[in-house]
Design a protein around this ligand. Sequence first.
Ligand code: NAD
Length: 481
Amino acid sequence: MISSDHLLNFYINGEWVAPRHSNKTVDVINPATGTASGTIALGCAADIDAAVEAAHQAFPAYANWSQAQRNDLLGAICDVYAKRLDDFVWAITQEMGAPMQTLSRPVQAPVGLWHLQTALSIAQEFAFERQPGSTKVIREPVGVCALITPWNWPINQIVCKLAPALAVGCTIVLKPSQNAPYCAALLAEVLHEAGVPPGVFNLVQGEGAKLGEALASHPLVDMISLTGSNSAGASISKLAADTVKRVSLELGGKSANIILPDANLEKAVTHGVLSMMSNSGQTCAAPSRMLVPRSKLQEIEEIATRACAAVVVGDPLNATTTMGPIANERQFRKVLSLIETGIEEGAKLLVGGAEPLMEFGGGFYVQPTLFSEVNNGMTIAREEIFGPVLSIIPYDSVQEAVEIANDSPYGLSGYVYGGTLAHAESVARKLRTGMVHLNGASVDLAAPWGGYKQSGNGREWGMWGFEEFLETKAIMGAPES
Ligand code: NAD
């Protein structure tokens, strides 16, 4: 359990301190019930100043630590995180409604530990120095990093930034989503217990626009790494421009899932539907547009309808639930309104609809929804819905499928299911996306995560996550070491 004191304070310079000027608080709403599960303090620019100053003061000493020292610290963090794993499971289910037994426990909570372990093994091998010729090229930490994160995979998004940043010697100010503040506070407790030195990690909770502006325009912040909506990404990029900060963005997606004519339809369509409904559709890389051969549309609609019926919507505390509520009321209203738009624009509603599920009291439950005969110009094919809503879009040729897939302002992920991996890969190479999954392949923590086009400009995870937080220095004429 998290100390409730810690939710009303911020973690700055190795201590839990009271908010500077603001006495504003906000309730954290449990999306399964619509009622408050706790209260957090909301910070102001003065809290950000204190946190940034602490990170700035701590930077020179921490950047000078040996790699072996930093690796030992990462190892200690892994140990404490593993000990507190049940607390993360509880926190994530309370704050964003992930089903406890089928999502929080197997994936949402341990993924933070997996990123820490991956970072540790990369740190042990990473070439921080090279001498290709007469010049020595050394990699150094970028400095004070502001990490701004969303609510949908709350600990994943924090730790996939924090682990490489700590591994290479950066200091950190974290501003997590005000909708998912618990696991951030828990992480601060873990880092404290593991012995992270004062000022190396700092946490301020609060509203995005206000604190994001304070961070993005702060002269002592060297880098901003944001995962979130495109509007937040654009806003911080403009603010960060005045002080020429490095800005790394992981933004939205509208990923296409191309089912090729020679694919095993039962497997491909079932996998596509279940992937879409996982985490109540609130995954940036979710396969939200399923592109299918028009000649097989009827068979595909039948398979998709059957697959959708296997989704068990319900209380996240119930062991058999596979889909919980939408994580917050604002998102719940947005999803319902986009389902209505899909109906109004003439898409064929196969399953679900815009009526919320009322049998679970005041929780934010949406029906898993399938649309067919969607064309790529419809709002539901263009906008990121971020809910359990799949659009099936028919195509007449594979060439047309590729064109539809690429006809999106986003370019986060892609999915191709074919009769052979070689066929699927030949299509994957034509997609303008940062990632492509062939025949249901799952994510790989050691592979780069990030998007093309308006899905952002960053690459996280694995060694690419390290590159994000490093500067490059060339020392000309250096002696060989
Ligand atoms: P959001 O943009 O509302 O919030 C994300 C974070 O940014 C929060 O901490 C929020 O407080 C802060 N924020 C909001 N407005 C800001 C502003 N003007 N300046 C600075 N900070 C601001 O997004 P959300 O609703 O929390 O998350 C959902 C979005 O995140 C979706 O678009 C989803 O696709 C995206 N996302 C992307 C990835 C990825 O890896 N590409 C992963 C997860 C989520």
